[in-house]
Write a protein of this length. Structure first.
Lengths: 137, 347
């Protein structure tokens, strides 16, 4: 039986989906990612709080290994963090079956890393101004 | 050395005092503009910064009126006005070339060591400051897109979005021309200048998705590789930095073709130029995902402090209109023809 793994997207990782293709940007390191339609499907399901096991059940049973591999790659890129199921919010929208479900993939782009000039988080925190806020992610 | 300010509000007061000191010795000069339909007053301490900041905004000049935002601009070199820093750590970071940004609900502070500038906005008080250490050494980039971070912070509060893109338009609508630096935005926009199409910008424009996708002009500046100037009908004296061979040629469109500037237009399409250099200029289909990647990513990383809401705003505008690749062929005079044909087909 598949493990119910759930994840959280850190604040520095932002994403939008246009015409079924998700674009994910890591504001911390300037890397950005283009996800293919299956990858975008998994990404948006993760963003909504669905577990990998729930995705496999909803998409196609054979997709489980592909989803786990893809999710591990997302973790390796720092785009998601695994959290306990208890800490996860309930998904806002149900998953629906998708066929065909191809191998989820992402393309990694590094050409903007040179343009990244800032540590983006210098916010007020409890230690007072202008201390750097600790990034909880 | 002044005491460390207790909070951002106190730091704003310190900067206001420094600005007042500059005004005491140099006098104040006001210039009024309409930026994204919002009246803004630029109040300069002395006149050293005026020729560095105002030319790119000249086409937005407005009559003196109540301003929605007052921007106070000064430098240190003109009258030896020292700049207070929030802390010794921030000063050290600035001197070490590390940018520093602060944000809270209504305030933004950016130390940008690359341009040697400080930009501050207090949106609640509708007050902003811009400082540089020496007006005469201000980067020509800042002259070409002055106060970029400030406009970004301020305009998005009203639902508008700065985008790293140019735009040209006719009576049917506008083609927003997006892409990273070097993709051909300036070539495309300037090629249309001496055609029936009109010019809204070549590097940064203001986009709005609601109530309909609209593009507004922000800057009338244009930067061109010096090798490409001969391709356009600009006289030699149009280049304002002819003595600086290491910089791109900087010119101001309102001085060359003021009647060809358009201030606002509904968006009909997004174009993503790609220099081919041979064959004919043409438009090709472009996947929306690639369009999002190109426009949003280059915008996000060209603007300090861009975040998820900027990304969402850019995606919202892109969703609403078709996107095309504009393959730039050998002849630049084909560019406005191809764009006009596309606008006619779409509208």
């Amino acid at each position: 039986m598949a493990v119910e793994r759930v994840f959280r997207i850190p604040d520095v990782v932002i994403h939008q989906t246009l015409d079924g293709e998700a674009v994910v940007i890591n504001l911390n390191n300037g890397r950005y990612y283009a996800l293919n339609p299956s990858g975008s499907l998994v990404w948006n399901a993760l963003a909504d709080g669905h577990s990998t096991a729930a995705m496999a059940r909803a998409f196609v049973p054979e997709s489980s290994a592909s989803i786990e591999r893809f999710v591990d790659a997302l973790v390796e890129q720092g785009l998601i963090h695994e959290i306990s199921a208890a800490a996860a919010d309930s998904p806002a929208t149900p998953l629906s079956s998708i066929t065909p479900f191809s191998e989820p993939r992402m393309e990694i782009y590094t050409d903007m890393e040179r343009l990244l000039p800032l540590d983006p988080l210098h916010e007020v925190d409890e230690r007072g101004w202008p201390n750097r806020k600790t990034d909880p992610s | 050395m002044p005491a460390r300010p207790a909070d951002a509000g106190v730091y704003f007061e310190q900067i206001a005092e420094a600005f007042d000191c500059a005004v005491d010795t140099q006098g104040a000069v006001d210039h009024h503009y309409l930026v994204g339909s919002n009246p803004a007053r630029l109040c300069f301490a002395g006149d050293a910064l005026v020729p560095r900041i105002t030319p790119a905004l000249e086409h937005l000049r407005a009559p003196n009126a109540h301003s929605a935002l007052a921007i106070h601009l000064f430098d240190s070199a003109s009258r030896n006005i020292p700049l207070p820093f929030p802390s010794s750590e921030v000063r050290a970071a600035f001197e070490a070339g590390e940018p520093w940004i602060y944000r809270d609900e209504c305030r933004r502070i950016l130390f940008d060591p690359a341009f040697r500038t400080l930009t501050m906005l207090d949106a609640e008080r509708r007050q902003a400051f811009f400082w540089t250490d020496d007006a005469y050494r201000l980067s020509y980039h800042e002259t070409s897109f002055p106060l970029r971070s400030l406009w970004h912070w301020w305009l998005r509060r009203g639902g508008s979005q700065l985008a790293h893109a140019g735009a040209v338009a006719n009576e049917r609508g506008a083609a927003v021309v997006a892409g990273p630096s070097g993709a051909g935005k300036s070539t495309t926009a300037l090629a249309c200048l001496f055609s029936p199409l009109r010019y809204l910008g070549d590097d940064f424009v203001i986009l709005r998705s609601d109530p309909q996708p609209t593009v507004r002009s922000l800057y009338c500046s244009a930067k061109l590789h010096r090798d490409h100037i001969h391709r356009f009908r600009f006289p030699a004296e149009a280049i304002t930095n002819a003595d600086r061979a290491d910089e791109k040629a900087l010119l101001f469109v309102d001085r060359q073709a003021a009647d060809r500037i358009c201030l606002e237009s509904p968006v009909a399409a997004f174009l993503f130029p790609q220099v081919d250099g041979s064959g004919t200029t043409r438009v090709e289909a472009l996947a929306p995902g690639e369009a999002l990647r190109t426009l949003a990513v280059s915008t996000m990383f060209m603007l300090h402090d861009a975040d998820a809401s900027d990304f969402a705003q850019l995606a919202a505008v892109l969703r609403s209109r078709p996107c095309f690749r504009l393959v730039l062929g050998a002849r630049i005079d084909e560019i406005p023809v191809v764009i006009a044909e596309l606008l006619e087909k779409l509208t």
